[in-house]
Design a protein around this ligand. Structure first.
Ligand code: PXL
Length: 280
């Protein structure tokens, strides 16, 4: 069985970051180790929240893992709480990254043209250093614009997306995949470009509602798919289809909460979607 480690926060309530990555990646048949970077009472969309920074744990935990010769087939990072933490994650990549393992970075820090609460304007530059070391990065349009100094637009054409992907590759990553791409009002999708010039996009129907944490759900599913041996295009497509299933299930649910997507009820479907992809 493949083993990955994810470095991101634990938001105790709110269905994002580790509370999404752990169940989803495990359900996909991949061991999911965690390195919690902070503990929050909830994610930062709530009016009040506590946050205990765990930056000082990254070095000692890494040290012990190194002594124990623990290795990972994948390293996956999401929300990081500070610029200092971005530097620590870069050091972690230098320590545990190898020729054979995969580094996936979701620079979760912004949406709809704005940084999340609590980040300074200089934060995207620190996150760009994390992206520079990745095999695959998965920013949304806002994050891509902030890291590349590109004006954020809500209307654009395929050449704008292509240029944005080129600028993301120039940060240093091997493959850049942009989420939240939409050329038609009823479609939403993902577009990627590799250093070798391979380009691909995949679109699903666009749901009329949106929920918090779907970016984390998307990245976790992509990573699980890649670890199970899917190629990147298939992993991106599987994850997009799964997120749509989760959003639709949430919008049908009378008990749904405002703060996250009800992915739990869709886990059996995820397992069969993975098996279907593997048997094609
Ligand atoms: O979903 C990304 C995310 C993760 N962790 C925390 C967040 C957010 C988004 O707001 O606040 C703590």
């Amino acid at each position: 069985m493949k083993r990955i480690v994810t470095l991101q926060d634990i938001s105790c309530v709110g269905r994002c970051s580790i509370t999404v990555a752990l169940p989803v990646i495990s359900a996909m048949g991949v061991e999911c180790a965690i390195l919690p970077t902070a503990v929050l009472s909830t994610h930062t969309m709530f009016k009040h929240f506590t946050c205990k920074d765990l930056s000082d744990q990254i070095e000692p935990i890494s040290q012990v893992w190194e002594e124990e010769q623990i290795s990972f087939d994948g390293i996956y990072t999401g929300y990081l709480a500070s610029e200092e933490q971005c530097s620590q994650v870069v050091r972690f990549f230098d320590r545990f990254g190898t020729e054979d393992n995969l580094i996936l970075v979701d620079p979760a820090m912004a949406d709809n043209g704005k940084l999340y609460a609590g980040f300074k304007d200089s934060f995207p530059q620190a996150m760009a250093q994390v992206c520079a070391k990745a095999d695959i990065i998965l920013p949304n349009l806002t994050e891509a614009c902030l890291m590349t100094g590109t004006p954020y637009q809500t209307e654009y054409d395929p050449s704008y997306i292509h240029q944005l992907l080129e600028k993301l590759l120039a940060l240093g990553c091997k493959t850049a995949a942009l989420t939240g791409v939409s050329y038609q009002t009823d479609q939403l999708g993902v577009a990627y470009l590799t250093r070798e010039g391979k380009e691909f996009s995949y679109f699903t129907r666009k749901c009329p509602v949106s929920y918090h944490g779907t970016g984390d759900l998307y990245s976790s599913t992509v990573l699980g798919g890649l670890m199970r041996g899917l190629n990147l295009g298939d992993a991106l497509a599987l994850a997009a289809d799964f997120v749509v299933e989760c959003i639709e299930a949430t919008s049908r649910s009378k008990a749904a909460r405002w703060y996250g997507v009800e992915f739990e009820s869709q886990i059996p479907k995820l397992c069969s979607m993975v098996e279907q992809h593997l048997t094609v």
